[in-house]
Design a protein around this ligand. Structure first.
Ligand code: NAD
Length: 421
């Protein structure tokens, strides 16, 4: 692989896909992008946590070899452009990558750097877990019951971006065409938006969501849709979802209807229940009966709303990790933006990017290191050593972003020493 300005580290090996599975060496090269605004702050805290966890969990036998690629302002400085080809190539070649937040440029050809990365690399599933850690302030009475993962389709629906402004020749043309061809009246002063939902994109998203439930031994997958109103887009998503479940995963799943009609309301041992909920009801259910939902598969806009609602229920954006996944390529990222007003102040919560690192470690199968970080974060929060976003709700003095990272490292070391003692 020829890069224009990047030099891959000599002391690591590539993660490869063989027979449909990831092959991860003990010294995998992982691409990282620092990001804009608070990106450098959160990475200064996150890198030591990820490295320490791997070192502790595998006693030095495993190690991440970090390979920096550039996007956003740093790329502008190095390449004179915001998203250089080298960055796409590096992620595609090394398969697993993790990034900090990127400021959306104003007045350039990019709608958003994040959206461009997803589209160019065909990262069609935006995966966002919502899990509560003890001690994190939450508006829920029983936040411990919240443990869901949202699979949000990331290439179509309103993300396809088919829109025309009121009064433009394009909008007028579509309005006239609708009238002439279908006798449909649309007010002439309307803006127009079109949402495509395809069988191909819906099925590959659902396939990934069900496979995730199987791999992680989770009890249910729920299709969230507004199919009662939008029958041929949202309704079709649900229909295609059931088709995938029943044709490709028949041995692993039962539908909720089958549970009720054939199994007397009791889920057969070891089976994953596949169900669907209308979007508005889903919002109620995640709050009133959170423990009945585990994986939620949905389209772009629904997924956007529900994942932020879930993030709020478990501690807000500072605690919310995510991943953008294609068939194999996975780009993990902090969910929040670059929060420019806090840039360089060493105050924001680095947990989002650290927990994205936890997702990444699980993706490469390094569960011991991932478990250790989760325990380290829990312990640190229980000790009320938290950044400003959580401190103001708990009513304690905040610690700095870097101090939080150090505290997690200390707690991980203490946990390992306790086990060894
Ligand atoms: P933001 O997420 O950057 O910040 C909004 C608020 O959330 C902040 O003012 C802060 O109060 C809080 N917050 C954010 N990160 C936090 C953290 N780690 N710890 C504690 N609190 C945190 O959203 P914004 O201000 O709307 O966007 C700023 C820029 O980031 C924009 O250019 C936007 O387009 C971009 N953005 C990027 C991504 C991404 O890279 N995935 C996501 C969202 C926004």
């Amino acid at each position: 692989m020829k890069f224009k300005k990047l030099t891959p580290p000599a002391d690591g090996e590539k993660i490869e896909v063989k027979n449909g599975r990831l092959h991860v060496p003990d010294n995998p090269i992982i691409v990282w992008i620092e990001g804009d605004g608070t990106g450098p702050d959160i990475w200064r805290a996150a890198h030591p946590v990820l490295n320490t966890a791997v070192e502790l969990a595998y006693e030095g036998k495993r190690r991440i070899v970090w390979f920096e690629a550039y996007a956003g302002e740093k790329a502008q400085a190095v390449y004179g452009e915001l998203l250089p080809d080298d960055t796409f190539k590096a992620i595609a070649e090394y398969i697993v990558a993790i990034k900090g937040p990127l400021t959306t440029p104003v007045g350039t050809g990019f709608r958003s750097l994040n959206v461009t990365l997803r589209q160019v690399l065909d990262l069609y599933a935006c995966v966002r877990p919502a899990k509560w850690y003890e001690g994190v302030p939450s508006p829920m009475r029983h936040p411990e019951k919240v443990n869901m993962v949202v699979f949000r389709e990331a290439t179509e629906d309103l993300y396809a971006g088919i829109e025309w402004e009121k009064g433009t020749p394009e909008a007028q043309k579509v309005i006239e065409w609708l009238k002439k061809e279908f006798g449909i009246e649309v007010r002439p002063d309307s803006g127009i938006g079109i949402k495509p939902i395809s069988e191909f994109a819906s099925k590959r998203l659902v396939r990934k969501a069900i496979q995730y439930a199987i791999d992680n031994k989770l009890p249910s997958v729920t299709f969230m849709h507004k199919g009662n109103i939008m029958k041929y887009t949202e309704g079709a998503f649900m229909k295609w979802g059931y088709e995938v479940a029943l044709t490709e995963f028949r041995d692993y799943v039962v539908t909720e209807q089958e549970v009720n009609e054939q199994y007397g309301g009791k889920v057969p041992e070891g089976k994953i229940v596949v169900k669907d909920r209308i979007a508005d009801n889903m919002f109620q259910q995640i709050q009133t009966r959170p423990d009945e939902y585990h994986v939620i598969a949905t389209m772009n806009v629904n997924g956007d709303y529900i994942s932020d609602a879930l993030a709020a229920m478990v501690g807000g954006l500072g605690m919310a990790p995510s991943a953008n996944m294609g068939d194999y390529i996975a780009l993990f990222e902090a969910t929040h933006g670059s929060a420019p007003k806090y840039a360089g102040k060493d105050v924001v919560n680095p947990s989002s990017v650290i927990l994205s690192g936890v997702m990444m470690l699980r993706y490469i199968g390094w569960h011991e290191a991932a478990d250790l970080i989760e325990k380290g974060i829990s312990e640190t929060i229980k000790q009320k050593r938290v950044t400003y976003d959580l401190a103001r709700h708990i009513g304690v003095q905040p610690i700095k972003c870097s101090e939080f990272g150090q505290a997690v490292c200390e707690n991980m070391k203490a946990l390992v020493e306790k086990v060894l003692a």
